[in-house]
Design a binder for this molecule. Structure first.
Ligand SMILES: [Mn+2]
Length: 413
């Protein structure tokens, strides 16, 4: 993505905050795994959305005044000894080129700058990207910054920037769609590789290895999110990460995987018979999901309440399962459909967007995910595709990834 993308994101954000406010965003810090081993660094997505910078310990300050706004980006200074061990750090001129921010300063100056800005500009309100998952205790960089400001500048009111960003991230720009389209091609390679190599006796980790290998051929060194790849009974664990199970003759293999490209993440699920031929029962269920999916791509267009999309999927899929003689009444649909099917994708696989009360609009991208779980028959799978809402309707971005009984059997033969 070019600097204009990040510039436009900052402009749109600044339009939503009041004059006289300062906003502070952080890329985050390294998390220690154990001893001297750290987890791979993963930059805060909102920070990347605003800067394009994925280096740890980077800070963005945005101050809005009557004339416009000031932008400062703080990055780690070069350090010969540190860089000898862990690689080159981004130089100021490169950071400026990526982000489109002219004023680049070094990380160790952020607290002086913060103090002087608060004093000179008489800042009374600071926006931080505060994000908590309800059942987690972990603090992130914004929490530390909040504590720092509350301790040093108790007069300052802290507000949350997250609701603003969640609105901005909902509508994707052309360059984001292009990145997704490319990511879908790589996703296809990964899923097709698993289908092509599939055979009874294959372990889930072997499927995973095929997927990862296909991605690596494109320079994608890790999947878009932790891959879900399971076989047989393990398909009944919705977010299964075991990888040690074995596909036995007659088992369905389920994948729920993605690829990140240009920050954008795909999310696609398929279910195929490990031996390449659907049984009657597998075919019966798969075709219910397929018809429901096709129906959604036929009807989705701008102007549909987002919260109804899930409901339409559920009702239509119920009709299919009823006709197939599987489900007798709508009351028992929960026995076969275990999850909703329409989350947005983008910088995050479950994208940080605000869909409260919104209608579908051009530029939204969300999953159409039809999961069917029939425990008695031992068949569980999902058919999940990525739907882009366009001006006149919608487009299935993942339609080239085999998704019919015929196409999947052909690829596996
Ligand atoms: Mn998924």
């Amino acid at each position: 993505m070019k600097a204009d993308f990040y510039k436009e994101n900052r402009r749109a954000f600044m339009e939503k905050v009041e004059t006289g406010t300062l906003s502070v965003f952080m890329s985050g810090e390294l998390l220690r795994k154990s001893a001297d081993d750290d987890y791979p660094f993963y930059a805060n997505r909102n920070f990347v959305y605003l800067t394009g910078i994925e280096q740890r310990d980077s800070i963005l300050m945005l101050y809005k005044n009557a004339e416009g706004y000031k932008e400062i980006l703080f990055i780690l200074p070069s350090d010969m000894m540190a860089e000898r061990w862990t690689g080159e750090r981004i130089r100021p001129e490169i950071a400026a080129e990526i982000s489109g921010i002219e004023n680049i300063q070094y990380y160790d100056e952020w607290n002086m700058q913060l103090a002087s800005m608060i004093q000179k500009e008489k800042v009374q309100t600071i926006y931080l990207d505060l994000d908590h998952k309800s059942d987690r205790r972990n603090w992130n960089s914004a929490d530390w910054m909040k504590q720092y400001i509350e301790t040093g500048y108790p007069q300052i009111e802290i507000r949350n920037a997250l609701p603003i960003l969640k609105k901005l991230r909902l509508i994707k720009k052309d360059c984001e769609i292009k990145a997704l389209e490319h990511a879908e091609k790589i996703t296809r390679d990964g899923i097709v590789a698993m289908m092509e190599h599939s055979k009874p006796g294959m372990y889930e980790y072997q499927y995973k290895a095929e997927y990862d290998y296909a991605l690596a051929q494109h320079g994608v060194l890790e999947p878009g999110f932790t891959s879900i790849i399971s076989a047989g009974k393990n398909n009944f664990c919705i977010h299964y990460y075991g990888y040690m199970g074995q596909a036995k003759a007659g088992d369905i293999v389920l994948n729920d995987v993605g690829v990140r490209w240009g920050h954008m993440v795909t999310d696609v699920s398929r279910g195929w018979p490990c031996d390449g031929k659907y049984t009657e029962k597998q075919k019966l269920l798969f075709e219910c999901a397929y018809r429901t999916s096709q129906h959604m791509f036929d009807i989705l267009k701008p102007g549909i309440p987002m919260k109804e999309v899930d409901l339409i999927i559920r009702k239509y899929n119920y009709e299919q399962l009823k006709e197939a003689g599987v489900c007798k009444s709508y009351e028992e649909i929960g026995k076969y459909m275990w999850h909703g099917g329409a989350h947005h994708i983008g910088f995050d696989v479950h994208d940080m967007v605000d869909v409260e009360g919104v209608l579908t609009q051009p530029g939204m991208v969300f999953c159409v995910d039809i999961g069917i779980y029939h425990e008695e028959w031992g068949i569980g799978f999902r058919l999940e595709d990525n739907c882009l809402i366009t001006d006149s309707g919608c487009r299935n971005l993942s339609e080239d990834i085999p998704r019919t009984v015929e196409d999947i059997e052909a690829i596996m033969s």
